[in-house]
Ligand binder design. Sequence first.
Ligand SMILES: [Zn+2]
Length: 605
Amino acid sequence: MSSLPPGTPAPAATWDLSDLFAGPDDPRIDQELANAARDAEEFARTYRGTIDVPGGPSVQHLLAALQAFEAVIERLERVEAYSHLLFSADTTNPIHRDLQQKVRQRATAIQTTLLFFELEWQKVDDTAAAQLMDAPELARYRYYLQRERRNRPHTLSEPEEKIIAELRVTGALAWRTLFTELISGLKFPIERDGQVRDLTLAEILALVRDPNREVRRMAHETQYRVLRQHDQTLAYIYNTLVQEKRTLDRLRHFPDPMASRHLANDLDPAVVDTMLQTVEAHAHLAQEYFRLKARLLRLPRLAIYDQYAPIGPEAETCDYPTAQRYIIDAFGQFSPRFADLARQFFERRWIDAEVRPGKQGGAYCMSISPSHHPYILCNYTGNLRDVMTVAHELGHGLHGMLARGQTLLEYHASLALAETASVFGEMLVFDRLVEEAADPRAQLALIGGKLEDIFATVFRQTILTRFEQFAFARQEKERLTPTALGDDWIAANRRYYGDAVEMDENYRWGWSYIPHFINSPFYCYAYSFGELLVLALYRMHQEQGDAFVPGYLHLLERGGSGSPAALLADLGVDIADSAFWSKGFAEIERLVNRVRELVRTVSGN
Ligand SMILES: [Zn+2]
């Protein structure tokens, strides 16, 4: 770590996209789009009506179709990736915006041409489909073929599907838009330094990290005072969406509200139940941390608005070349292959880390296809959180590199496994940073921040899931009112905070602004799943040492070529066993124990 002030631009940390295209005016972009459109037409002429035939297509015919299908998508993905990368690197440039819009329109048209293929495959009868999926020639597409047929028992007739799709625009989609417009239009007036300013929801939420308790308390009260004014509307929107989902689930023969999500994630409902229960059985670890934090902040008990209060000095900074060195070292201690791949990202300029006006905020990694390396965008300002962000995105990047042996249709890891390499990479670097941190206060800040991030993913997302379960069960009997939702919200939260954190009356409206409830029901458990999975794998590495590495690399190499349960079984992991999930908590306990020791050290007893 060095004395480089935050905000110092990272040297030579811009990416080089020239191995995709020469620039936004490269004539090859239009050529590729034209080729993709031509190939898609050709594909449709050749294969339409030849997949959904009595007895199914021949193995050779299906294989040729899959390869042709994949080739069109590959062409398209490169152009789409390029236009997106350019746009996010400078969102203010009208040339980038025009290109992205053009590519999107053309891509949608091409995808529409291709759509028949997956629909026809879904209609092939079960016996013929099972034989095809067993054929060794199709092994590299087997999981994709299985996945595409998963919704078959839940798909209605074509005219029925058409009516659902058309009415959706004035149904769920309309309510979602209303929610988004309502929430994003809210103004939260906050007085600071004698001046009243209207904040957005995102701005007022950011104040939970303010070092001044009075500011946090005021922000908390203002946030809920404003939300409460709209509680009848927000409850009405949610009630309507829950009811609509229940109706659709009934029509589509889903046995319960979570079933469609489990199907999409390819996870056994019992596995998810076990995971959620294991999380709840370990709430005492979070509560212990909150008590330690209260002691550190010299409070008798944390209020809900104290849980993200900073606990240490402003963290140290780290310049970009030093960050690279740390990451490569930490990755290298795990596996030389990790270090070699990470080095390529830095040396061959696949990362855009520089902070500049007009660049998209946050960070992402884009893995395009097996035939091309991934790219990473981040905004490196020099704080330690940024070092971990780079490590996180590099983890995604390594996953993308290691999975290049898969076909494009089985390249990307499924949602439940999408964070397997990123959170792991972040943990490797986190441990390294803690070791390097100069004093106990800095270590405390680092570990506390990490634990709070982990809690927000593991525990909070479990609360959100429980709340949804409560709401869906309640809606079977009665309309969801703000009072009822408030009761369910507090009940779900109580399982987590216990009596370690004080939930005031305002917090009863904590449910009212969560976009996932509105846009993607039961999505949140995947966050808990992914994070806890990696913590458990990280624990396994500590238990097994180097013996763990080959199996883990193999897991990454498999990309999205199997169900989460199957891919993890190869590593000797049984995700139906609560003992596996408890390993993740052993890792959390290790960190809580470190915090306890450090609190003793800094408070001198
Ligand atoms: Zn990620």
